[in-house]
Design a protein around this ligand. Structure first.
Ligand SMILES: Cc1cc2nc3c(=O)[nH]c(=O)nc-3n(C[C@H](O)[C@H](O)[C@H](O)COP(=O)(O)OP(=O)(O)OC[C@H]3O[C@@H](n4cnc5c(N)ncnc54)[C@H](O)[C@@H]3O)c2cc1C
Length: 439
């Protein structure tokens, strides 16, 4: 019996019809079980972000006889986290040695660079500097450097104030770490190339505007019910990013975590001020929340972003400061873990919130790294929403989390640096699928 929970009730309410795309394009395979049950795809991947696409790509390229459909609810691929991030190819410096993040970031980074070179995707290994501006940051600074050595990040070195100035003439600091292997890229371009390569193989499809609404379990396959009808699949892989807990729940998986969305607002340097940043300038991270702390990022299109902050978002896919969804807010705020996290970290939360609504405070934070920055050097920029998985105890889940069930795999936590690590995460999902689904 297929363990993907029978959502017949939902499916019936949705008035399920066969998906015309499935009928047109799928392989219509048969399971030789005597009953000759037909299905459309061996594997359906939910989510056309970089993790879903990299996973599908790796499976397609390692198992030639397998048919895969990637379903994306939006009209475009990479519409959420993958298309709303800083575009940094992270080195892997910060992550706990031995963690999945540390292992897959370094491996994924090298593979991403080779992939981009091979497929003509724009990228640049411009390096970054981490800059301490005050004595009290030096203990964390040393810890970050030791961590980098332990993670064997190539070429990292400590630098002094003069070398900081040589690399970034407008930056001021008392000590720095140079990380030469950090780079920049547009992850949406990577996602689109992956989709192309997936469709190049066999009967694979990447179907946009297909929102997965429910799963209807049959004996030998699962009907994946979408807004455009249903597709029959033997196995499902959930890479739904900000919605991954909801998709897991639809499949009957008790994930013991929930996605709590955090919005990050960016500012952008004006055309005239752009010369103040050559590549990437980061502050010393707080080990408890390494993703906090505003930084300067030169992007592959030449613009320079500064930010982001991190504030609770009342809408999972809401990019405006006042965006609100009752359903999403209820999901997050009716969860005990969210409140435990808020109570434990209220000081961080408060300071992030004040900066979200005060350009002056945000600006002051930026000025620590570039003292000559003037208020009219910055203008409001883009925003992104992070899918932060939070456990019932209120602890943010730090490492990547991928769980398997009999006929399904669920990527339940893939925060930064998952875009950098995506090809290595894809390898991991591929290996898990090969074992679990007997590919
Ligand atoms: C502000 C910010 C800055 C970041 N900076 C960096 C960085 O510089 N470097 C880095 O490596 N990482 C960075 N990250 C992290 C990185 O962007 C994410 O880890 C990565 O994009 C996750 O990819 P994903 O495919 O899991 O999720 P997503 O890109 O969110 O994709 C999930 C997809 O699933 C789709 N989906 C959801 N539900 C359904 C459904 N029911 N049916 C069909 N489709 C569905 C969504 O529409 C979405 O397209 C950053 C993230 C944020 C938010």
């Amino acid at each position: 019996m297929n363990p993907v929970r029978n959502s017949k009730k939902n499916a019936n309410m949705l008035n399920v019809v066969r998906n015309p795309m499935a009928a047109e394009h799928s392989t219509k395979r048969e399971i030789s079980n005597g009953m000759k049950q037909k299905y459309d795809f061996d594997i359906v991947v939910i989510g056309g972000g970089i993790v879903g696409l990299a996973s599908a790509y790796k499976i397609a390229h390692n198992h030639s006889g397998i048919s895969i459909a990637v379903l994306e609810k939006e009209d475009e691929l990479a519409a959420h986290q993958t298309g709303h991030n800083s575009g940094v190819i992270h080195s892997g410096l910060y992550y706990k040695p031995g963690s999945n993040k540390a292992k897959t970031c370094a491996k994924g980074r090298k593979e991403l660079v080779a992939f981009s070179k091979e497929h003509g995707i724009r990228y640049e290994i411009c390096g970054k500097i981490i800059v301490a501006t005050r004595e009290k940051e030096l203990a964390n600074f040393e810890q970050v450097f030791r961590n980098g050595l332990e993670n064997e990040i190539e070429g990292i070195e400590k630098i002094g104030p003069n070398e900081i100035k040589e690399i970034e003439p407008f930056c001021h600091g008392i000590a720095g770490i140079r990380v030469p292997c950090t780079g920049i890229i547009d992850f949406s371009e990577v996602a689109k190339k992956l989709a192309e390569l997936i469709e190049d193989k066999g009967a694979n499809k990447v179907l946009k505007s297909h929102k997965v609404l429910a799963f209807e379990s049959q004996d030998y396959f699962t009907n994946v019910v979408t807004n455009k009808g249903s597709l029959a699949a033997r196995y499902i892989i959930n890479c739904a990013g900000l919605q991954c807990d909801k998709v897991a729940k639809m499949a009957g998986v008790e994930a013991k975590m929930r996605i709590v969305p955090f919005r990050g607002d960016y500012y952008e340097l004006t055309e005239e001020a752009k010369e103040k940043v050559k590549s990437l300038i980061y502050p010393v991270p707080d080990p408890a929340f390494p993703f906090l702390g505003v930084h300067f990022t030169r992007k592959i299109d030449g613009s320079v972003e500064c930010g982001p902050n991190a504030v609770f978002s009342f809408k999972r896919e809401g990019y405006g400061k006042t965006d609100f969804s009752f359903r999403d807010s209820w999901d997050a705020l009716s969860y005990r873990g969210t409140w435990k996290m808020f109570f434990k970290n209220w000081k961080y939360g408060l300071s992030e919130y004040t900066r979200a609504f005060s350009m002056k405070l945000f600006f002051r934070q930026l000025q620590r790294l570039i003292p000559s920055l003037a208020a009219d050097d910055i203008k409001p920029g883009n925003a992104g929403v992070r899918a932060q998985a939070v456990g019932v105890n209120g602890e943010p889940i730090d490492d990547f989390r991928i769980e398997r069930r009999e006929n399904s795999i669920h990527v339940l936590n893939a925060p930064s640096p998952a875009a950098t690590a995506s090809l290595a995460i894809g390898d991991y999902v591929n290996e898990m699928a090969a074992e679990q689904f007997n590919l």
